[in-house]
Design a protein around this ligand. Structure first.
Ligand code: PLP
Length: 470
C-alpha cells in the first residue's frame, strides 16, 4: 500500500492496526467459505440472508459492556489533531468516521480482489461477484429484509429516493394524486417528489410539525385520503433528531392503500431497524453515515412492489436481451443497477455493518441515549443556548442557536478548539423555518463520542458567550 502524505502526516497501514484492538473473528469479518479460496478473509462473502438474522444478536457481537473507547480505538482519524487539539468529531450527521476494518477492507479489495462483476468467466470475476452479492445479503440481514433480492445498491439515500420517484412514481402517480411529505424531511426526501409531482400533475402535501419537532399525528390522519399514493417520512430527522412513530404512521397509510417510503439515513447507525416489522414499502439509507465509504447506499423495497417497477436508468447489467427493435430486462434487483456498481463500496459497507453489529446494536443505542441526556444537560447550562426539537423519541442530534452569535461564527469558534460541528440549513430548510430560522449549528453524536467531548463542546460555547459578554 502507498503511504500518501496528508496535511497532518502520513497514513500507513500499520497506523490503523492499533495493538490490542482487534476482536478475534470480528474486526476483519468472515472467513472464506468453501469455493472461494482466493478471497482474503476480510472480503469473504456473507452467508445468504434469507431469512434475515437480527444483527443485534450477531455471532460477531463482542462480549461485555459497550464502551466508546473500544470503538474509538478502531477509528484512526479520531487520533489526528485539528488546530493543535485532538479532533472532536461532532459532525456525524453529515458523515461518520471510518474504522480501520473498513479502511483495510477497501485496501484489501484493490490489493487482492479487484474485478468487474456479473461478467466474464474468470476466477476473480466470480470472486468479486460473490463479494458483491454477499454484501447484498449482509444489507438484507441488517435491515431485516426477507431476501437479498429486495435490496438495490445505490449511491446513497438521495439516489435511492430519486430511483423510487422516477421509477415507481412515474408509473403510479397521476393528476390529482397526493404525496404526503413530513416537514422535517431532508431536501433529498422532498425535491425528488416535487420533480415527479410536477411531471405527473400530482401534489406534494406537507405534514406539519408540533412545537417540539414531532410530526403532528392528528394533522397526518386528517391529510390521509384515497388521493394519497405515497407517504415520505424520515426514520430520524437530521436537524431535530425526531424519531417519528414510523410503524404506526405506516399502518395508517396502508389503510388508504398508500405506499410508505422511510428515509433511514440518520436512523440505521443509531438503532436497529426491521423493515418487515415496520412494514415499509421502501426503506433507504447511505453507507457513509453508517461508518462505511461514501458513494454506496441501498434501497429496500417489498418484493411485490419492486417486481412491478420499471427500470429507471439503462445500460449494462440491467438487461436480459438487447436488439434494436426490442429490449428485455434483468430480474430485480439487477434491473435497477445499470452500469458498474461501487464494488469496493459494497465490501466496505458490509465491513461497516459487521463492525457496528459487533458492539451489539441495543448496547450502542442505549449508550447514545445516555450520551444525549448528558449533552442536553451540558448544553442547558450554556447561557443563551436554545436546542431545537424536543420530541419524546430522539437520536443524539443537537441543533441549537446561541444568542448573539450567528451559526457560522459559532462553528468557526469551535473549529479553533478542534471541535467539528455543522452550521447552515442542513439541507432541511422547512425544519428550520418551522422555528423561524434559516440557519443553525448542529452537533450530531455517534457511538465513539464521549461525555468528555460533549463537555468540551459546552465549555467552548460558554467561553464564547463569556468572551462576547466581556
Ligand atoms: N436524508 C437524511 C435524513 C439525511 O440526513 C441525509 C444527509 O444528510 C440524506 C437524506 C441524504 O443523504 P446522502 O447525501 O448520503 O444521499
Amino acid at each position: 500500500m502507498t503511504t500518501p502524505d496528508m496535511p497532518w502526516g502520513t497514513y500507513a497501514p500499520g497506523m490503523a492496526q492499533l495493538p490490542g484492538t482487534q476482536v478475534p473473528g470480528t474486526a476483519l469479518p468472515g472467513t472464506p467459505p468453501p469455493g472461494t479460496p482466493g478471497l482474503p478473509p476480510q472480503l469473504a462473502p456473507a452467508a445468504p440472508a434469507a431469512p434475515a438474522q437480527p444483527t443485534a444478536g450477531s455471532a460477531a457481537t463482542r462480549s461485555g459492556r459497550f464502551t466508546p473507547e473500544a470503538a474509538r480505538r478502531d477509528v484512526p482519524v479520531l487520533q489526528r489533531p485539528v488546530n493543535g487539539r485532538p479532533v472532536v468529531w461532532l459532525d456525524n450527521g453529515a458523515t461518520t468516521q471510518k474504522p480501520r476494518q473498513v479502511i483495510e477492507t477497501l485496501a484489501a479489495y484493490y490489493a487482492t480482489a479487484n474485478s468487474n462483476i456479473h461478467r466474464g468467466a474468470h476466477t476473480m470475476a466470480r470472486e468479486a461477484t460473490e463479494l458483491y452479492e454477499g454484501g447484498r445479503a449482509a444489507v438484507a440481514g441488517f435491515l431485516g429484509a426477507p431476501s437479498p433480492d429486495t435490496i438495490v445498491f445505490t449511491r446513497g439515500t438521495t439516489e435511492a429516493v430519486n430511483l423510487v420517484a422516477q421509477s415507481w412514481g412515474r408509473a403510479n402517480l397521476g393528476p390529482g394524486d397526493e404525496i404526503l411529505v413530513s416537514t422535517l424531511e431532508h431536501h433529498s426526501n422532498i425535491v425528488p417528489w416535487q420533480l415527479i409531482a410536477k411531471e405527473r400533475r400530482a401534489r406534494v402535501v406537507p405534514i406539519p410539525l408540533l412545537p417540539d419537532g414531532s410530526i403532528d399525528q392528528d394533522a397526518y390522519a386528517d391529510l390521509l385520503s384515497f388521493r394519497t399514493q405515497l407517504v415520505a417520512i424520515s426514520h430520524a430527522s437530521n436537524v431535530l433528531g425526531t424519531v417519528p412513530p414510523v410503524k404506526e404512521m405506516t399502518a395508517l397509510a396502508h389503510r388508504y392503500d398508500a405506499k410508505v417510503l422511510v428515509d433511514g439515513a440518520q436512523a440505521v447507525a443509531h438503532f436497529p431497524v426491521d423493515v418487515q416489522d415496520l412494514d415499509s414499502d421502501f426503506y433507504v439509507f447511505s453507507g457513509h453515515k453508517l461508518y462505511a465509504p461514501t458513494g454506496i447506499g441501498a434501497l429496500y423495497a417489498k418484493p411485490e412492489v419492486l417486481a412491478g417497477m420499471p427500470p429507471w436508468q439503462g445500460g449494462g447489467n440491467m438487461i436480459d436481451q438487447v436488439e434494436f427493435g426490442r429490449v428485455t430486462y434483468a430480474p430485480v434487483p439487477h434491473r435497477f443497477e445499470a452500469g458498474t456498481g461501487h464494488i469496493s463500496g459494497v465490501a466496505g459497507l458490509r465491513s461497516a455493518i459487521d463492525w457496528l453489529s459487533s458492539f451489539g446494536r441495543e448496547a450502542v443505542a442505549a449508550y447514545e441515549t445516555a450520551l444525549l441526556a448528558h449533552a442536553r444537560q451540558a448544553l442547558a447550562a450554556v447561557p443563551g443556548l436554545t436546542v431545537l426539537g424536543d420530541a419524546p423519541e430522539k437520536i443524539a442530534v443537537l441543533t441549537f442557536t446561541l444568542a448573539g452569535h450567528d451559526p457560522m461564527t459559532v462553528a468557526r469558534w469551535l473549529d479553533q478548539a478542534g471541535i467539528a460541528v455543522r452550521a447552515g440549513h442542513h439541507c432541511a430548510q422547512p425544519s428550520l423555518r418551522h422555528y423561524g430560522l434559516e440557519t443553525a449549528t448542529r452537533a450530531s453524536l455517534a457511538l465513539y463520542n464521549t461525555a468528555e467531548e460533549v463537555d468540551q463542546l459546552a465549555a467552548s460555547l460558554t467561553q464564547l458567550q463569556l468572551q462576547g459578554a466581556g
